[in-house]
Design a binder for this molecule. Sequence first.
Ligand SMILES: NC(=O)C1=CN([C@@H]2O[C@H](COP(=O)(O)OP(=O)(O)OC[C@H]3O[C@@H](n4cnc5c(N)ncnc54)[C@H](O)[C@@H]3O)[C@@H](O)[C@H]2O)C=CC1
Ligand SMILES: N[C@@H](CC=O)C(=O)O
Ligand code: NA
Length: 441
Amino acid sequence: MNQTSTSSPPELAPLKVAMLGCGTVGTQVARLITQSGDDLRERIGRPIELVGIAVRDAIKQRDGIDPQLFTTDALGLVTRGDLDVVVELIGGIEEVRPLVLAAIESGASVVTANKALLAADADTLSQAADKAGVDLYYEAAVAGAIPIVRPLRESLVGDEIITVMGIVNGTTNYILDKMCTTGADFDETLAEAQALGYAEADPTADVEGYDAAAKAAILASLAFHTRVRAADVYREGITRIAAQDIRQARVNGCVVKLLAIASSLPDGKVSVRVHPAMVPNSHPLASVSGAYNAVFVESREAGRLMFLGPGAGGAPTASAVMGDLVTVGRNRVRGVAARGHNVYAHRPIASMGDVHTRYAVSAEVADEPGVLAAVASCFAEHGVSLQTVDQELGASTDHPTATIQVTTHQANEADVQACVDELGLRSFIHGQVRVLRVEGN
Ligand SMILES: NC(=O)C1=CN([C@@H]2O[C@H](COP(=O)(O)OP(=O)(O)OC[C@H]3O[C@@H](n4cnc5c(N)ncnc54)[C@H](O)[C@@H]3O)[C@@H](O)[C@H]2O)C=CC1
Ligand SMILES: N[C@@H](CC=O)C(=O)O
Ligand code: NA
């Protein structure tokens, strides 16, 4: 690959890199560091030397990686004092925070893919990095290979972001896509996503929306220059999405996607939410398939931008990690560190009840005179205007039922939820009232 160097470069002290973790992403990063040494030297301006990899099991064989690099003493590795960069690819919060802080305090720059840690504790980490004069880079933490952290942190930092909306979890997109296109069930597709290396160690983080909420928090913090933590993000996962939701979406010309949406509201608040939603087939997010991610950014000056690509998996995520490693390496060579992300705006977080969007509400009802009118008047009493009303008759003639589905115009979340709660108490409703927000019109 390296075809440009015509003479041997002068001997320069290598950039010393240590890794924490050697799982799905770590093995790919170790492979790339090992395989691309010549190119990395040219791109960084100094040779790169992988000096150690902290793992849980140092005896286990990992193909293509020198077994002598492995150690189970992660703290000893990051505090050895001569490191330029520590690449953290363990994941999780409590066990990793002290390791990352120790690395920074020992003078190493840090590259991490750890959204959970950043969404919980970015202030602590970036303040420590600024104090130590080292870099903290985390492109892989949001939407895997897709460059989105750097564009928000650097390319768009002179603009004013209005909305960031995206599919930021590969596992759930893979599952929902399969459920929509093949009718496969949830458990079967989750197992496939795990086997492909998309899912987190504990897949609850994916399917319950915690992973997407952490990414939404990072995106919102970068977009709006304010600190948003994972705990500030309204979150619903996909475990309650049933075949009937997928069917209803299809009837409406939509697919179901897990979306992360961060918006700047006119009252100065910031709204950040993660939940499944119906997305019209005509919208570009509807055709984002498999483990792909996509992020829309709308800004005042640039207008609408879309970022699309592989959002998970070992090699794609390693690509983003390597990009950060080269950038941090170049900074080390020049003796500089990038200014940490500046969260100066201190904007309040809007409550979910303040959100305005469209809704699709469906329920099985008794097929009796007055039921449709009662449903419609319940919405009217809560100030929710209906856009469409449909009903499909059930098969039973003994106890005739119908499935009613309405879609609303833009409505307030609190009003819609109050209406749904009230409908749930009516005797003509059989079972659950199902609600999905409709986004991306
Ligand atoms: N897999 C993916 O597609 C993506 C993962 N990420 C993030 O990358 C990071 C790594 O993810 P994966 O490689 O998928 O996880 P993984 O679970 O495959 O690998 C983590 C490795 O760290 C090791 N480990 C755990 N505790 C350790 C300790 N105390 N000392 C040394 N090693 C320890 C584990 O044994 C495991 O091999 C996580 O923060 C994850 O959220 C980010 C984007 C995509
Ligand atoms: N589990 C995550 C991996 C990347 O962050 C996902 O499925 O997107
Ligand atoms: Na990314």
